[in-house]
Design a protein around this ligand. Sequence first.
Ligand code: DAH
Length: 360
Amino acid sequence: MSEIDALKDRLESLQAEALAAFAGAEDLNGLQGLRVHYLGKKGALTEVLKGVGKLAPADRPVIGKFVNQTKQALAVALDAVEAELAVKAKAARIEAERIDVTLSGRKSGSGALHPVQNGLDELTAIFSQMGFAVAEGPEIEDEFHNFDALNIPAEHPARAMHDTFFLKDLQGDDGQPMLLRTHTSPVQIRAMKRFLAESGEPPLAVVAPGRVYRCDYDVTHSPMFHQVEVFKVDRDVSLAHLKGVLQHFLSAYFEKEVAIRLRPHYFPFTEPSAEVDIGCVFCAGKGCRICKGSGWIEVLGSGMIHPNVLKSVGIDSEEFSGFAFGLGVERMVMLKKGIPDLRLFFENDVRFLSRMGVAK
Ligand code: DAH
């Protein structure tokens, strides 16, 4: 066989082999590999062209034309297969990314306010609307604010009733014992002092919500619970003002007109003092298990601020008087929502929280 025929043969079989390989390419990457293999600078076609130099000069243009035809045929085939594979690749991608819009969605549960937080917010809001300013005080308190300034001197029996957590390793500014506040009443002292420093003299009306601590735990006591303290100081504040505010507040909170009664009591920081009862919200005063047949439920402690308390912050008790009361938030929420056991608030059982929680 002449040199030129042998070359033609090789080109023909190369073309047949390449076309078969292109047709079998599985993806665009594979096809790119084949393009390089057959048409690349060091590819199979280049390899064949090396033989052209051995031909007689007259044969060279003949074979040159043949080579160009082969190149052309391969390029056309490559483009066609490439287009086909691109369509396939796109279809595969769309299939992989397909979203079944008929699949029903998964519900994402939304959180809710803890019933105690909600109670705090509700109670605070009622007093805000009545014009009381919201104040807070520290939970780590000193003996002066928690006891002495509230007319509970050392050795006073009321101190024993408070089951105080003392903080052994802490001391106040002047070497005072530090403790976890046992009630929100110390905010009376702090708010009065702050207020007097800022604006001189009463009137002042404050609502102070917050956490308090007592070393006590059973069905009706938790070592941490919440109180709201409310007080007002002005000229000529009387028990009638106290009773009016209580009547309005308790009816607003329980969302119905509730009966109230003040029973004489003793608190060191008020004189006179009274415990406040409401007509039982469960039996409307007829007498039931919850009010122990009395028709009344005790809800808070109150009174006229003791002159010694006013004196401890430098308010003239001859000129000014005030009322104060303090209530337990958990107890108020239990009464409003009919929750039987205080411990439910602190166990964080999701079934309880989702039933009693309040959507924001
Ligand atoms: N601080 C009292 C306690 O925790 C509650 C209280 C009673 C607050 C009478 C007052 C009040 O402001 O006047 O037991």
